[in-house]
Structure formats: C-alpha cells, structure tokens
Design a protein around this ligand. Structure first.
Ligand SMILES: C[S@@+](CC[C@H](N)C(=O)[O-])C[C@H]1O[C@@H](n2cnc3c(N)ncnc32)[C@H](O)[C@@H]1O
Length: 246
C-alpha cells in the first residue's frame, strides 16, 4: 500500500495541510516521529483527539533500527502515515526511510509543510542570504564547528540559522541563553547582533533582536527556540529587525 510522509508544520494540530489531513484520515496506521522536533503548542494526545486516531510514537530507535519490523512492515499491506513536525525532509532527513520503502516496492507519497528553515523568514532577513545551517548540541564541551560555521558565513556576508539541540521525549530543549553562553565561550564578540526566535509558527511567537550580551540577560520561555546570527544587512533588513529590538 502507501507510506505517506506528512509534514505537520510548526504550531499546533491545525497546521497540517488539507492533503496531509486526508492522508491521516485514510491511514490504517499512524506514526509520529518524536525525536527531531516538537509542535509549539500541541502534544501527541491532542493530535490523536484532532484526528480521532491512535498514534504510535516513533523514536529514533524505531525509525532508524526497527522500521522493517514496524513502519515498513505495516506499509507492505496497509496505508501508513508517518508524521514529522515541520517539513518532512528538513534538517534531519527521513530520506533513508523513503529509500528503504522504495527498495521494498512500497509506494510513498510526500506531503510537505512549512519548516523552521523557511519560517524564520518572519524576522525579515533575506532568505537568499543565509549560509550553512548549524546545530549546537547539548554536549558541546569540545565542539567548535557551530561557531566555525557562523564565522565562515559572516566572512561571506551570509546570515546563519543556529538550531538548538532538543530531546522531546524527555521534554528537554536547549534555550537561546545556553546557546549564547556557548557561542561567547567559543569567542563570539559580546557585541555580535543576534536574533532569538521562540515558538515560531504559534500565536505566542517571540522574537528579540540585539547584542548577544543584552539578549543573554533575558528569559525566553517559549519552545522550541533557535538563534539567527545576521551578517551585513540591507537597510530593509535592518528596518524589519528593528521592530524586534530589545
Ligand atoms: C531538527 S530541527 C526541525 C526540523 C523540522 N523537521 C522542521 O522542518 O522544522 C529542530 C530544531 O529547529 C528549531 N525549531 C524547530 N521548531 C521551532 C519553532 N517552532 N520555533 C523555533 N525554533 C524551532 C529548534 O532549534 C529545534 O531544536
């Protein structure tokens, strides 16, 4: 039968597309990938209520090591929906799962949605002027690469989207304060302009723009969170970001 890869968007249960909802409604089995992101204001129980269906939580082990006994086995003779917060193939990709389905001659369909990679457009920086995306891991004591990426992007006049580690199964999310502390420790100047983005895609979205040394003093309680390090800005970008100045 068919394995549907369905993007859920970012905010809550209502951000699914009409096509996505149709796929979920007709699916015999529904999996929710629960390790790479989380909807700002919605958990599995709320999704189950909205769809009127039971949802199986798919952790990394299930998706990466046990798919042949679960998702792929089900999809051999049933319609299966595999739900991913944000867009399906953004950041951590599920390309491998789709490839494996193809090798087993299981039909796949992809239903896209918005991703944090595009939704950050809301801050007003030109999307065409972003460089490589980087992620700051929880365990970052000996990790240098995120700041190296930022420096390289700045050198090339490119903005950087910095994703922050998370562990939704244990309700653990890195916040922008920890991310800024880490970057300052790596040598980022305290005057570096940064943008904190929290709960993007929800009504309670919070965006703040300013110098790292000022932003670090603030508390941000909406999750997930990410950070943007802007490069050289066009005056229209400066004007847009000015609205979010702390
Ligand atoms: C692996 S990425 C998300 C990939 C997801 N498939 C997508 O397309 O958005 C997860 C990271 O993106 C950031 N993120 C995700 N959703 C967010 C949101 N609504 N607001 C702010 N940052 C978010 C956080 O830094 C989070 O740790």
């Amino acid at each position: 039968m068919t394995l549907y890869f369905v993007g859920l968007g970012l905010g809550n249960e209502k951000d699914i597309t009409v096509k996505g909802l149709e796929a979920v409604k007709k699916a015999d089995v529904v999996y929710l990938e629960v390790y790479t992101s989380k909807l700002v204001k919605c958990d599995k129980a709320k999704l189950e209520k909205f769809y009127g269906k039971r949802i199986i939580a798919a952790d990394r082990d299930l998706v990466e090591n046990k798919a042949s006994e679960t998702i792929l086995k089900d999809a051999a003779d049933k319609d299966v929906a595999f739900l991913v917060v944000g867009d399906v193939f953004s950041a951590t990709t599920h390309v491998d799962l789709r490839k494996r389905a193809g090798e087993l001659k299981i039909k796949t369909k992809v239903i896209h949605n918005t991703s944090i990679l595009t939704a950050v457009g809301i801050v007003g920086l030109d999307m065409y002027k972003y460089g490589r995306v980087t992620t700051i891991p929880f365990d970052n004591k000996n990790v240098k690469s995120p700041y190296e990426v930022i420096k390289k992007n700045l050198k090339n006049d490119l903005h950087t989207l910095v994703l922050l580690d998370l562990d939704p199964l244990h309700d653990k999310y890195m916040n922008v304060k920890l991310a800024l502390e880490y970057l300052l420790k790596c040598g980022m100047p305290a005057e570096q302009l940064c943008v904190c983005c929290c709960g993007v895609g929800s009504e309670d979205i919070l965006i703040k723009f300013g110098e790292a040394k000022e932003l670090i003093k603030k508390e941000f309680n909406k999750y997930p969170q990410c950070l943007i390090v802007p490069s050289k800005m066009h005056f229209m970008e400066e004007e847009a970001l000015g609205k979010f100045k702390i």
